[in-house]
Design a protein around this ligand. Sequence first.
Ligand code: ZN
Length: 410
Amino acid sequence: MTAAAAPRLLHRTATIRLRLTRRQTTRCYGLLRSAGDVWAWLLDSNRQRRQQGQPAISNYQALCRELAKSDGFGELSTVAARSVLRRYADAWFQAANRRRAGQQDAGFPRRKRALVPVRCYHGTFTIQGRRVRLPVARGQPALWVRLARPLPYPPQQVRAVTLLADGGRLWLAVTAAVPVQPHDTDPGRVAGVDLGIIHPYAVVTQDAGLLVSGRAIRAESYLHRADQQTRQTNAARRAPRPGQRGSRRWRRHRARLRRVEARHRRRVHQGHHQAAKRVIAFAIQQRVAILLVGDPKGITDRDAGRVQNWRLRQWRRTHLLQALHDKAEQAEIVVRLVDERGTSSTCPACRQRVPKPSGRRFCCPHCRFQGHRDLVGAANIAAKVGGGTHKRWGADACGAPSRRHRAGAA
Ligand SMILES: [Zn+2]
């Protein structure tokens, strides 16, 4: 063990909107379309090979040799075209692995796509402030694109950039190698985390609790739903009959819907990232080494009524968990999933079974313990693996029932 050991690196990706002139937009779409052509060419040539009784080519190096024989694809540079080969080879490899593991329906790539993302690796692009130069085929004028917001990483840490279209807009996904930042944690300190809809995260350590408000995320979801319903009512008349091609207005309406949907998804994800950031700041301040998260798996399997089902879908718990996991990893905090069964119906003070509270407030009929329902859940999750009693925050919550909650809600 040396003190000068290089810090561990993690890869993180930020997707940044591009600000482009009309000409740049045309060229970028041209690149994505050419990448789609490469993809289609791969599918077609392998189908041909199979029809002639030859084995399909899925190895990256072999595909590169095939690419060298082709006449090129529009403005797409060789390095960018190779990234499509890499994508194809990876998809093939994963499908083969899943087949080998007994999953017979694992599909090899076969669907053509009009636009395929273009990935450029370190050394093939240039970053100057907010401007990025993407590689293009030899003989073509340089293609510079402009980021709508500053790069969240130092330029020298950027390892790859990916040009992509989502919701009718062009984006650059920037992947950087980010060093892990270890903190002064106490290996014995454990916090329980309860994922929820009202509060995306409720966190409890041995002596403190944090409730992160999900109000902004929920407001965004409700606004989005109201907006969507109005749109649907207004557009219903223009909907084409089955088998009929929609009018130009209808297609524009569909494009707008996709754009709105993508924006909504981004806003919710942004809300998750901010919430997760607060949890990690709290964990660092509390010197927590392990976050135990109640595993919500299976929660969307049961039918809970129309409105609650919609809420659960909007919750996007996978992303919520991923956001926490990514930020914890960067702070060298371990995230462990634990079974959350029974955690909302056990008293954290006397460990007796209690009927599930109907409101936000948890109240034990045996020992008079009171607390916020989500914090009780988090405390019980922490108690599942031991690490002391996680109830001291509760005594406080009993004296001043709403102060802690207000502190958590921003
Ligand atoms: Zn009790």
